[in-house]
Design a protein around this ligand. Sequence first.
Ligand SMILES: NC(=O)c1ccc[n+]([C@@H]2O[C@H](COP(=O)([O-])OP(=O)(O)OC[C@H]3O[C@@H](n4cnc5c(N)ncnc54)[C@H](OP(=O)(O)O)[C@@H]3O)[C@@H](O)[C@H]2O)c1
Length: 334
Amino acid sequence: MAHSDQFKALVISETADNQFVRTVEQKHIDDLPKGDVVVQVLYSSLNYKDVLSATGNRGVTRNYPHTPGIDAAGVVASSQNDDFQPGDEVIVTSYDLGMNTAGGFGQYIRVPAEWVVPLPHGLTLREAMIYGTAGFTAALSVWYMIENGVAPDAGDILVSGATGGVGSIAVSILAKSGYAVTAVNGLVDEADYLNQIGAKEVIEIETASDTSKRPMLKGLWAGSIDTVGGDILATTIKSMQSGGTVTCCGNVASPDLPLNVYPFILRGVTLIGIDSQNCPMPIRKKIWEKIASEWKIDWLEALTTEAAFDELDSKIELMLQGKHKGRTIINMSA
Ligand SMILES: NC(=O)c1ccc[n+]([C@@H]2O[C@H](COP(=O)([O-])OP(=O)(O)OC[C@H]3O[C@@H](n4cnc5c(N)ncnc54)[C@H](OP(=O)(O)O)[C@@H]3O)[C@@H](O)[C@H]2O)c1
């Protein structure tokens, strides 16, 4: 590929009065950071972290102007690493992509070879981005829960933030794997959608969020995939059955966890933190293989919205308003 090639990228810039604006700009390959592998991005996807980066959250992105996009799937354009050849179909998620490294909301990225995952057999590039970081995180959470001994016959599994990206895929993978799933749905009433993707029961945030301040609650759940934190996560941990496992990956409700030690010392509850960004490559590849095979959801399209690159701005706005549902993939060449 000639290095004079131009491509489109969404750029977030900071104005003199500390506002953050989103514009589409023409970029050159030479503008990209150093790396071994240049990838033509055919699909990207929208994650909560992208919205944080797109609105100036310094915890995610330190320096602007910046191109967000923590997910990218596409074709290798050029490579200085023998493991990858031009034309190879690849997935790049996590690490520093889209945070402080120009990300998947540009039509090209350049990254270290260590960040690149060959597209597993059984998955298209488009499907890989339907999962994306959200789906990978959901799958990683389910994997850790199962590794910790929670089998389908152990009892019900609670999933919070269930209409969101992580939540929707977690509900789907669990339902496909034979688990009985109760979904917490708060901001919009989406019970029909949640039943369609496999939830057995749907409960409201108020039901999942105890305000009595009791140290322990009735043991309801064998496992839980939490994506929201705060009171809902604290209530969930207090409501676990003996030996239950909870995974924790997000903080859309709150980063706080108002809790005591009793669920851990009286019921042996396990709380597992999920960090998809730094997931070691051998586990990462294993999870992508599962996503492409036994955990491949038959109803992927039911949770997918496809947007063209030019619609990205309005989709970011929707997620900002908490109105986003399921997974939004971005067709970078449309
Ligand atoms: N640790 C990791 O590796 C990792 C990786 C990916 C994502 N995450 C985190 O996981 C979380 C979810 O990500 P996502 O991509 O699924 O986001 P998302 O698509 O925006 O979904 C979040 C969902 O949470 C629920 N929600 C929103 N505001 C809430 C509130 N104030 N109280 C209770 N529930 C609320 C909504 O679902 P309902 O309307 O159905 O309740 C919403 O759809 C984020 O915090 C994200 O940063 C972490």
